[in-house]
Design a protein around this ligand. Structure first.
Ligand code: PMP
Length: 425
């Protein structure tokens, strides 16, 4: 028996499903997960000593490649001075300044420890600021596991949704409207009907939780205009895209200014850091200045902040995003080309250091189109790659991540393996 299988069996005895976050369990692709022992640059090694080229990248944070020496050194140095104080530190100011200096829509921000906390807090703030209850989210966008966000669309366009998790009372999601991503008409209709009651629209400005779906021209601009017109706040959830799609996230690429932004993943450099921020007059509604309560024992943790701050410093090197984006383009286009050459209906897209690979002819623009991808084919592709030493995300609905350590040789090796796998599909 492989050591991975042995560990998985053992994990399942004390950890539900053997994992601490469900997608890790390989449920949607079958088989058992690889237990990772160590990682370096573009590679991870599992418990059997097998090396993989890694496109999971810790689900986004590993933008510099794994275990970047400067990040590791910063963490070690910070740890020596103590792990947590429950009192403010200078490093928290530095990371707040670094983020605010780069993302102009963020005048003030607060640190938390995960993306879930960031979105949950941003929504509470939007409700507290506007004095309204309803929120709008989009099918296929994931914003963490706060109760009011675990909801999928109901049967009619403006009917209220259904919880996607048991344990979420319908009363907790009765204020959440779930609409179709990239369909502005539905948002217009929602504002016509409920405009005075909508506190905020929360959106992944490039959706990375239904594989990768980009906004159609006019969609985000339309959301901006509608929110302004009706006095609702626009929240860009850039937990995944922040400092990943580009140096100022998607908002910088598109030139759109949200009222609030949520961040996590890259800003923690692999450690638990999230943040939400935006206009100062809105952020000042948070305790202790205002009446919106929000707190955290480990918020702004010095060791985590050291990893994030060092990561942000390294991202500021000239040409970083141009190179990252070019490597990602080579991978996404290369995979699609090799698939098509083998007669497989496959397409690929990318932005900055994230990519989508779709088992359908054309790049999807909606949740419904994304759902038409051939999942059976994806599973076979996934396992074919895994066995040959390339680790993609174990789900057809997740974006992939490229790091600065994925150089030409690594991309070429990936494409050569993909050619072999596509030929056997
Ligand atoms: N928002 C987005 C866009 C995400 O991709 C995620 C996590 N994948 C979250 C929020 C939740 O973040 P976390 O897992 O850190 O709670």
């Amino acid at each position: 028996m492989s050591r991975n299988t042995e560990l998985f069996d053992r994990a399942c005895r004390t950890i539900p499903g053997g994992v601490n976050s469900p997608v890790r369990a390989f449920r949607s692709v079958g088989g058992s997960p690889r237990f990772i022992k160590r990682a370096q640059g573009p590679y991870v090694w599992d418990a059997d000593g097998q090396r993989y080229i890694d496109y999971v990248g810790s689900w986004g944070p590993a933008i510099l490649g794994h275990a970047h020496p400067e990040v590791i050194r910063a963490v070690q140095e910070a740890a020596v001075d103590g792990l947590s104080f429950g009192a403010p530190t200078e490093a928290e100011i530095e990371i707040a300044e670094a983020i605010a200096a780069r993302i102009p829509s963020i005048e003030k921000l607060r640190l938390v420890s995960s993306g879930t906390e960031a979105t949950m807090s941003a929504i509470r703030l939007a409700r507290g600021y506007t004095g309204r209850s309803r929120i709008v989210k989009f099918e296929g966008c994931y914003h963490g596991h706060a109760d009011s966000l675990l909801v999928k669309a109901g049967s009619g366009m403006l009917t209220f949704g259904n919880p996607t998790s048991s344990g979420v009372p319908v009363e907790f999601i009765q204020h959440t409207l779930v609409l179709d991503y990239n369909k502005l008409e539905a948002v217009e209709a929602a504002f016509k009907e409920y405009g005075a009651e909508i506190a905020c629209v929360i959106v992944e400005p490039v959706a990375g939780n239904m594989n990768l779906v980009k906004p159609l021209p006019g969609f985000l601009e339309g959301l901006r205009a509608l929110c302004t017109q009706y006095g609702a706040l626009l929240i860009f959830d850039e937990v995944m895209t922040g400092f990943r799609a580009g140096p100022q996230g998607v908002q910088g690429l598109m030139g759109i200014t949200p009222d609030l932004t949520t961040l996590a993943k890259v800003i923690g450099g692999g450690m638990p850091v999230g943040a939400f921020g935006g206009r100062a007059d809105i952020m000042e509604h948070i305790a202790p200045l205002g009446g919106v309560y929000q707190a955290g024992t480990l918020s702004g943790n010095p060791v985590a902040v050291a990893a994030g701050l060092t990561t942000l410093k390294l991202l500021a090197e000239p040409g970083f995003y141009e190179r990252l984006s070019e490597q990602t383009r080579k991978l996404a286009e290369g995979l699609a080309e090799r698939g098509r050459a083998a007669g497989v209906a496959v397409s690929g897209d990318y932005v900055g250091g994230m990519f989508g690979l779709y088992f359908r002819d054309a790049i999807p623009t909606t949740f419904d189109e994304m759902s038409e991808c051939n999942i059976e084919l994806f599973k076979r592709f996934f396992h074919g790659m895994l066995i040959r030493g390339v680790h993609f995300a174990p789900s057809a609905f997740e974006a992939g991540f490229v790091s600065a350590a994925h150089d030409d040789a690594v991309i070429a090796e990936t494409l050569a393996i993909a050619e072999e796998v596509f030929a056997k599909l």
